[in-house]
Design a protein around this ligand. Structure first.
Ligand code: ADP
Ligand code: MG
Length: 684
């Protein structure tokens, strides 16, 4: 049996069990031994019957002193035994498990773990987990017991014995791949010890040793893979010379003063530009915090020093919104902006290419169209990407390659936990805009059910009468879903022709052509549409300060990070704004999520709450960034280990960039097979 073999090769696994395991993502033997426990139950403390704690779970050892009896009362069957630990006696009962009558053996010794209650003055242990004591190793009792995430009716006991047997059978194949030096330096136990003890810890210390090793290993592989993809260690010397950093001309025409937070970020940027290496900076700032103006000022500096700027945004709508915003400012400064989009006519594109190549166009704003081969810059000095988590690393790199190590600024609104930021942006310097521009009012968030519709409609009408605009979001699980699209469209018709017949109503969705979307967004932006019904295409970056109501229907279908993004579309002007979450869901987690949205507005806090509600594995950021779920590491909590990992992996690649040294051979293979992250699915 090999680690790479299918689980069907394991003795007690047939078709049916193999299918169940596959549903848990377990296909090979290796998957099985790396299916780490979700939790543990410490049943190592076996107590005497006389020391039993009432109404608590106790672990006791005892001999069965009478034959099990099953009685039936109506639909309930009760199986009863009596045991002794040589000193005292205890009754044990199970409900509706009549087969136990033949399983539990008279005169045999068992370990039982279960809750003890008192009835009619007598102690009774109810429905305990039990395990016979014989020459075999104890797996479910009398020790620290693993608990596996197991849905599809795959009992814990079976899981334990399968994993235990499998580990025993392939023990010799669990080999070390981390170089000795790293093991020693970080006090890591061997891989074999770790795998054994993560499943069946000998004691607390062994468990912590095992976990530490496996977390280290997982983060190490992830970090190494990312280092490889990003080529972080390339020496990026900079040939771009920025001498003139007078920004007064642009500051003078801005309609507002920069906030202190914005000024601080600007200071960081100007400081970067003075170094003789390429800037590589991330601005993290909540939705509406005013990142765009920073991009504009940086663009101004670049152009003023004779260099072009490329600004890339993930969607057409967003890119053209930026184009309008930039033009507003740069027209006044006589600096030419050009817009590039895949939807432009060939002739228009060609004209633009000429303007870019000749250097006449100074600021080039667009979507992925900017990274096409045909786009040749005269002298690209600065590359800016907005809401960059939508871009693959590769795309960012292609854009950079269009200049000679240009300065790079990336902007994101996604609040990323500190650990994840370290992993993802280890090579980026981070600036945070932590305060919103002045005059913003808190967005009032209200959570209602569908009985409130009429009131909501009146509210929207009132808002429109006061010349303000509203969004209504209708989620679609899958933008390709024909049926759902149909229902959104017919809903729109209903709103348009009946409820809001005196108002201007439009619908925008993912199936529309870009030009159509563009058209509608422009109209909304110009105030020609009162009510915009949308699936989620408007999620990222849209800025219409006059929109003050955001209604999210079936709000339970969204995660916290999406809801936060959506809510950020309102409250962008000086008027009071509202976000109304409509949901009839009875699901506890959904209700909790929506209540959390009502209570908190800060993205960073929300990201932490999101983790609390959903637990580990799947949280803010990772999915969006294409980072696979971790098997054991907790990206929030394992920050100390991560710091060690980072130092260690950077050192490794510095010493041996291609990992060709003999000591690193196994590690290299492991990194290659580890995450099947396709380079362009990870976005950083
Ligand atoms: P985001 O960080 O989400 O990209 P934007 O850059 O779109 O935010 O800014 C949101 C809004 O705040 C815009 O309407 C912008 O003009 C305005 N804004 C930005 N900075 C300031 C400031 N210092 N004072 C007042 N308003 C500002
Ligand atoms: Mg923005």
């Amino acid at each position: 049996m090999l680690l790479s073999d299918n689980i069907i090769n394991i003795k007690n696994i047939g078709e049916e069990r193999s299918k169940k395991l596959q549903k848990l993502g377990i296909n090979t033997i290796n998957d099985l031994i790396e299916y780490f426990p979700r939790d543990y139950d410490d049943r190592s403390n076996i107590i005497k019957i006389k020391d039993i704690q009432l109404n608590e779970v106790n672990t006791i050892k005892g001999k069965v002193i009478c034959r099990p009896e099953t009685t039936k009362i109506k639909n309930l069957s009760i199986t009863k035994i009596k045991i002794t630990d040589g000193d005292k006696f205890l009754d044990i009962v199970w409900f509706n498990q009549p087969y136990l009558k033949n399983t539990i053996k008279y005169k045999s010794e068992y370990i039982f773990t279960g809750k003890v209650i008192q009835k009619y003055g007598k102690n009774k242990m109810e429905s305990p987990d039990y395990e016979i004591i014989d020459e075999r190793e104890l797996l479910s009792n009398g020790r620290i017991v693993p608990i596996y995430a197991s849905t599809y009716k795959f009992p814990q006991k079976l899981f334990r014995s399968l994993i235990n047997e499998t580990i025993n059978n392939i023990k010799e194949q669990i080999t070390e791949f981390l170089p000795d030096e790293i093991l020693k330096k970080h006090n890591l136990c061997s891989r074999k010890f770790a795998i054994e003890n993560i499943h069946f810890p000998k004691d607390n210390d062994s468990f912590f040793l095992a976990r530490r090793r496996l977390v280290f290993e997982e983060l190490f592989l992830l970090q190494s893979k990312l280092l490889q993809i990003k080529g972080i260690l390339e020496n990026k010397e900079c040939n771009i010379i920025i001498k003139d950093i007078n920004i007064n001309p642009i500051l003078n025409i801005l309609p507002f003063n920069l906030t202190e937070a914005q000024n601080n970020v600007l200071k960081d940027i100007i400081n970067d530009l003075k170094q003789n290496k390429a800037m590589n900076r991330l601005i993290q700032g909540d939705v509406g915090s005013g990142k765009t103006v920073i991009a504009q000022i940086l663009s101004f500096i670049s152009v003023n020093n004779g260099y072009q700027v490329a600004v890339m945004a993930p969607t057409d709508v967003l890119a053209s919104q930026h184009f309008e915003g930039f033009k507003n400012i740069f027209d006044k400064l006589n600096i030419k902006c050009v817009f590039l989009s895949g939807n432009q006519k060939a002739k228009e594109k060609k004209e633009n290419y000429t303007l870019i190549q000749s250097g006449e166009a100074k600021i080039i704003i667009g979507t992925h169209a900017i990274i096409q081969d045909k786009v040749i810059f005269k002298n690209l000095g600065v590359v800016i990407t907005d809401e960059q988590h939508r871009f693959g690393v590769k795309q960012r790199e292609i854009l950079s390659k269009k200049g000679k190590n240009p300065h790079t600024l990336v902007m994101t609104a996604t609040p990323i936990p500190r650990t994840l930021a370290l992993i993802l942006y280890g090579d980026l310097d981070i600036s945070i805009i932590d305060k919103l521009p002045p005059g913003r009012q808190k967005i009032e968030t209200i959570y209602v059910n569908s009985t409130y519709y009429n009131r909501l409609y009146d509210f929207i009408k009132k808002n429109a009468n006061e010349k303000r605009q509203s969004y209504i979001i209708c989620p679609m699980i899958d933008e390709n879903e024909k049926l759902e699209l149909k229902s959104v469209l017919s809903y729109t018709e209903q709103l348009k022709n009946e409820i809001f017949k005196n108002y201007s109503v439009e619908c925008i969705h993912g199936k529309m052509k870009n030009v159509e979307k563009q058209n509608i967004m422009n109209k909304f932006y110009n105030g020609e549409i009162d009510i915009l019904i949308s699936t989620t295409v408007i999620e990222v970056g849209i800025n219409v300060p006059n929109a003050t109501i955001m209604i999210i229907e079936n709000a339970e279908r969204f995660g916290i990070s999406q809801l936060h993004q959506l809510r950020g579309r309102v409250g962008r002007g000086s008027e009071k704004s509202y976000c109304i979450l409509v949901s009839d869901s009875k699901n506890n987690q959904s209700k909790q999520r929506l209540n959390t949205m009502v209570k908190y507005s800060d993205g960073f806090i929300l990201s932490e709450k999101d983790l609390e509600i959903r637990g580990t594995g799947d949280f803010f950021g990772t999915r969006q960034h294409g980072i696979p779920d971790m098997k054991i590491a907790n990206l929030y909590k394992d920050i100390e280990i991560l710091k060690e990992v980072q130092k260690s992996s950077i050192k490794l690649f510095k010493d041996d960039p291609m990992l060709i040294k003999e000591n690193n051979k196994l590690l290299k293979e492991k990194i290659e097979q580890f995450f099947n992250i396709l380079d362009n699915t990870v976005s950083l």
